[in-house]
Design a protein around this ligand. Structure first.
Ligand code: PAF
Length: 283
């Protein structure tokens, strides 16, 4: 049975663990997560192991990126299974701070995000989100001082926001995006997929099907307007409430009028029942 990774829960124990990880000039990769680990997270870990000699995975369900009406309380917490998977993957250290360690009494500082964080996608529907993400990721970078950090492309706008923040604040960490891992039927893996009823789970892959079809039609020269309108209709007909289905510049997230303005990324967010799913694809 693989040995369980070391776990740090306080800043002094994290510092001690980092000192021993850093000995002999090791390079360190950080994979920030909120736990409830699935194969998408494991792909981040495998990529981290290829790029650095030591791998830290943080597990912290960050309250500041949830609005009061969102699922902070019910977000899946699967500590034992997570540690077993990380042991299997031979991760070196798990950083698992408590809320009081991350946000001690009197905590009063937040990173204000602009640029990709104000692109009019997730920020339009979750206005609190990127401030919370940037603040916690900024803290995780300051605490762990990684050489590289890996994020999934499923949260595409988040990846751009964190990349921008690391560059703007000279944090000295290289942010690497890792392709989406999908279920066999195309549904992007997400810790929130466990919320889906079996009926909802059956229609959830519609999002990926619609995006794949839209990307193919765009490459064949059909107009962006028609393709996006058709896709939005199909998503609605499948039972989703659509937040957005848009084509954006893959780097700047600026709106595009045609794939000639590219590289183009299609991004979607839609709710089925009380579950909100996001996904994206390159054209
Ligand atoms: O993508 C996530 O799981 C979270 O937003 C992150 C990056 C771990 C910050 O809490």
């Amino acid at each position: 049975m693989p040995r369980a990774p070391a776990v740090a829960r306080t800043l002094p124990s994290l510092r001690r663990a980092l000192e021993s990880l850093r000995a002999r000039g090791a390079t360190v990769a950080l994979v920030p997560t909120m736990g409830a680990l699935h194969d998408g997270h494991l792909a981040l870990v495998h990529q981290a192991k290829r790029r650095a000699s030591k791998v830290i995975v943080s597990i912290f369900v960050n309250p500041t990126q949830f609005a009061p009406h969102e699922d902070f309380g019910s977000y899946p917490r699967t500590w034992k299974a997570d540690v077993a998977r990380l042991a299997e993957a031979r991760v070196d250290l798990v950083w698992n701070p408590g809320v009081g360690t991350m946000y001690p009494p009197g905590f009063a500082t937040r990173i204000l995000t602009e640029g990709p964080a104000a692109a009019g996608l997730e920020d339009r529907f979750r206005p609190h989100f990127f401030g919370g993400v940037a603040t916690v990721v900024g803290k995780l970078f300051a605490q762990c001082r990684p050489d590289i950090a890996l994020f999934g492309q499923k949260d595409y706008q988040q990846l751009k926001v964190v990349t921008r923040m690391a560059a703007d604040l000279d944090l000295g960490v290289k942010v690497v995006g890792v392709p989406i891992v999908r279920e066999r039927d195309g549904l992007a893996m997400s810790s929130r997929n466990v919320y889906l009823s079996s009926g909802q789970r059956a229609v959830a892959p519609t999002l990926h099907r619609v995006m794949k079809d839209a990307a193919r039609r765009l490459r064949n020269g059909e107009s962006l307007e028609t393709v996006i309108a058709d896709g939005a209709r199909t998503i609605g007909d499948a039972g989703f409430v659509l937040d957005y289905f848009e084509a954006r510049h893959a780097e700047t997230l600026a709106p595009v009028r045609s794939i000639k303005d590219g590289p183009v990324r299609l991004l979607v967010a839609a709710r089925i029942g009380t579950t909100r799913l996001i996904d994206n694809i390159g054209v």
